[in-house]
Design a protein around this ligand. Structure first.
Ligand code: RUB
Length: 331
């Protein structure tokens, strides 16, 4: 349902947009590429269902929808990049034209996203040899695309899958790999260093890549990369160019999402620790969802445009995001 209340200046967005925003915030939709795809789809639905009676009202609704989606999770830049891309295609003098250009642009974004992942996978697969063992962290569709392409090339790949506390996205990775017939060894995060001796590659995805080549990904990636460097295991980051964070070219830092205590310490477990003082505020829990891996611990960033040493990624970033950025709804 769309409603416009010009009198008090508020603009309601379609229920589907609110649902998608909730799903992203609650991580029923998660992972940077999947979030970007869902956000573009939600904008298309908003455009299709809009009841706006003027071009200005239509544009207001779309911008409000973009803001609603943007305010869900702060770290994956694929989300604002997707919103900005779709809104930049919103052109026309009539509501019908605006609707058509916006939905077409969203469709184009989603098709390109899918194709970029396939292309990236083919490029990344070239780094994997027959018989290699890959250690993964979290669940990344870009990283899995490299393994899928290697399997399609007829290579045998094995995986050591880190569980990835607290949300255990490693289980999603393990499920996908088993569907493809890949032998999987699941380990707790703390066992990663021990099992690096058996790995030929560390393969992870990214939520954002900064201009200096730093990789922002699931918490635990940086420790894994440091250990991998110490053990001589190359670290490969699979990240479509939608993960490049243009604002970092002007020195902005990437916000690291802090999530709820309950993900780490459910109330009943908290009660076990502070049973005698349920309101004890001397026990606090920190739950950062992501961390930053410096470029010196990354061997290659694999994108659909080729693979890059992290220090050179800024060249690609300038080429793709040369113009100023601004908030996604201020295009
Ligand atoms: O860190 C995560 C997901 O974190 P969360 O589970 O908190 O969203 C993934 O490694 C990247 O988003 C890349 O995923 P993809 O390659 O699918 O974009």
């Amino acid at each position: 349902m769309n409603e416009n209340h010009p009198s008090d200046g508020t603009v309601d967005v379609d229920a589907a947009v609110v649902d998608t925003a909730d799903d992203i915030a609650e991580m029923r939709i998660r992972g940077a590429a999947t979030i970007a795809d869902a956000a573009a789809e939600a904008l298309a639905i908003q455009a299709e269902r809009s009841d706006a009676d003027s071009p200005a009202a239509f544009q207001r609704q779309l911008r409000t929808a973009a803001k609603t989606l943007y305010e869900t999770r702060p770290t994956a830049v694929s989300l604002p990049n997707a919103l900005r891309y779709v809104l930049r295609g919103m052109e026309g003098e009539t509501v019908a034209d605006l609707r058509e250009t916006t939905t077409a642009r969203a469709e184009e974004f989603r098709t390109d996203l899918e194709q970029a992942q396939v292309t990236l996978g083919e490029i990344g697969a070239n780094r994997l040899r027959d018989g290699d063992v890959v250690m993964t962290h979290c669940h990344s569709t870009d990283a899995l695309s490299c393994i899928e392409a290697a399997l399609e090339d007829g290579k045998e790949i094995e995986a050591i899958v880190k569980e990835t506390r607290p949300r255990k996205q490693g289980h999603i990775t393990a499920r996908q790999l088993r569907e493809w017939g890949v032998p999987v060894t699941l380990v707790v995060d703390n066992a990663a260093r021990r099992y690096l001796d058996e790995a030929d590659h560390v393969l992870v995805g990214a939520d954002s890549i900064a201009a200096d080549g730093s990789v922002i990904n699931k918490i635990g990636t940086s420790g894994l990369a440091v250990n991998a460097r110490e053990r001589g295991v190359p670290v490969m980051v699979a990240a479509q160019t939608i993960k490049l964070h243009p604002d970092t070219m002007t020195g902005q830092t990437v916000e690291i999402e802090m999530r709820a205590e309950e993900e780490v310490l459910p109330p009943e477990e908290r009660a076990d620790i502070v049973a005698d003082a349920p309101n004890d505020d001397g026990l606090s829990v920190e739950n950062p969802a992501f961390d930053v891996t410096p470029p010196r611990h990354v061997d290659a960033i694999v994108t659909e445009r080729g693979q890059f040493p992290p220090e050179s990624i800024v060249t690609l970033m300038r080429e793709l995001f040369g113009e100023t950025t601004g908030e996604p709804w201020e295009v």
